[in-house]
Design a protein around this ligand. Structure first.
Ligand code: MN
Length: 228
């Protein structure tokens, strides 16, 4: 057995719907701009190939959490997203077989310090501190693909204080789930436990202190986060 100088950190994990076992999380990848209307609202071309950024796995927050409003921002933004969880890894995965690597799905919220992201974009600096802060990766209970299949369409909604902010459909993603897995696997060797946030529809906006934000995806349920 390995002797460690410090107690090793806990394995980040997610609840699995209808199961007492937990899903161990390895890494968190996110796709930027994957819905045409959101790409346009961010001033970008809608035809460019997918690009990726990451969040630390211990930035995960589960459904129902009461989170401190993050430091160093006055513009915390919600991004409602479909999250995919990989059960099987691999490199250079063809899109045709990519779905067999997907273990399950959940609704997620790619929380963003938009003011820091805008500053980073302007200075051509990395997005890490805008995207990968503590508590930035909200993710609901995973629903296994073996139970529900692979949703190619379905409404995705975001509400702040009960007010509709984002409304889209998974069918409107520029890059589909198998295409995302395939593209990403050409950049890094994927592994079981990896999560991928698949991008957000139009309508991103602020969530304030004392407000709650929910993300709902047809067939996957709803997650709520409150900020204090
Ligand atoms: Mn996003």
């Amino acid at each position: 057995m390995t002797a460690y100088a410090l107690p090793p950190p806990p394995v980040p994990s997610l609840t699995i719907a209808g199961d007492s076992a937990r899903f161990p999380v390895r890494r968190i990848f996110c796709v930027g701009r994957n819905y045409a209307e959101h790409a346009r609202e961010m001033g970008a071309d809608t035809r460019e190939p997918p690009f990726f950024f990451t969040k630390p796995a211990d930035a995960l927050v589960e459904d129902g959490a009461d989170c401190p409003y993050p430091p160093a921002t006055t513009a915390l933004h919600h991004e409602a997203e479909l999250v995919i969880a990989l059960g099987q890894g691999g490199a250079d995965i063809p899109a045709e077989t990519a779905l067999s690597h997907v273990w399950g799905y959940a609704p997620g919220n790619d929380l963003t310090r938009r003011d820091l992201q805008d500053a980073a974009k302007a200075a051509r600096r990395p997005w890490d501190m805008a995207k990968g802060f503590d508590g930035s990766a909200v993710c609901g209970a995973l629903v296994p693909a073996i139970r529900i299949g692979h949703p190619g369409r379905g409404r995705i909604l975001c509400h702040v204080e009960g007010q509709l902010r984002q409304e889209g459909n998974l069918a409107d993603m520029i890059w589909s789930v198998p295409e995302i897995v395939s593209h990403l696997s050409r950049l890094v060797a994927l592994a079981p436990g990896d999560l991928i946030y698949t991008g957000t529809p139009a309508g991103v906006g602020p969530v304030g202190r004392g407000q709650s934000c929910s993300v709902e995806i047809e067939g996957l349920g709803r997650i709520t986060t409150r900020f204090s």
